[in-house]
Design a protein around this ligand. Sequence first.
Ligand code: GLU
Length: 361
Amino acid sequence: MTQQHPVYRKIVVKVGTNVITGRDGRLDPAILDSLTGQIAALSARGIEVILVSSGAVGAGRGIVQLTGSLTPVETRQVMAATGQIRLINAYSDRFEKHGMLAAQILVTKGDFRDRQHYLNMRTCFRALLQQKIVPIVNENDAVAVTELMFTDNDELSGLIASMMQVDAHIILSNIDGLFDLSGETRRVISEVDPSSKNFSQYIRPTKSEFGRGGMLTKCNIAHKLSRLGITVHIANGMTPGILQSIVAGEPVGTRFLPQKSKHGIKRWIAHSEGLEKGAVVINEGAIAALSATDHASSLLPVGITAVQGSFSKGDIIRVCAEDGSVVGYGMATCNDEKARATLGQKGHKPVIHYDYLYIVP
Ligand code: GLU
């Protein structure tokens, strides 16, 4: 079953070490040019992008000549602390060429455990996006050791995707997607339904060459996020124009379909400002009923005082107060003619059902 391709307004793009570093472990300028160019183009179209990039340890490996003996933990800390500067500069310089600013956010698992830290992080991301600055996130590998460590950056980016309630989480790796290994020929699976739990038939138990992540974590995270109504894509970051293709809904890589939860549709409606076809004006009583936090109410014709514009059943419409201020957005259950015919009257079906109504906070 193919779902209609949704419009993406806010996305997390996760880039793996193997995408941006060559065989010698050095950062690959051509790939970085390509990825930053694609992100700049998406951003010019008004799509908010949070970039989660691995590659600090990889970049460090490409430049540090270790002397003396270090433990594996110390080695990783030295590589990461050194490589992260290269990594962030490589991105920042390129975004600047597109007239954009980039910001660095380094986090540890602990930042997600503490509610206050979590909220601080969210505030920071929101503020950066509002300023049209690209947040570039990585784990703070220099200090994240043992229990403070994420399994990998797939886990980290998944947490950010859910914290920021994005529309899509795009995982760019050096493979084309999830392969169906059941048949004779290897074939990329274009869609995975979140209700199917058994991924093992598609996954080889190998890990990526330099990065920490493997296919299994990617799939588990994809599974989790799709249940939150977030679409997940796994695709090859080396394919030219891959982000544009994904956003345009082309059949590239593997797409984990979001579960059509109420939550998901409401979130989509919440992002529908500017897409609405018409509007309804409602009275004070209706505003009070819709804004009540202890129960959910549908918008009934009795509370409507005017209907504006022309819309069809299923279109998004704006809900306004008498003074024109926006109360919310919702999906109309009828067209504008029917809404006009019943406005102000009791005993009619809702014009917007509460499952499809989003009240502006
Ligand atoms: N944070 C690590 C780095 O930047 C990568 C972790 C991962 O491979 O997922 O090198």
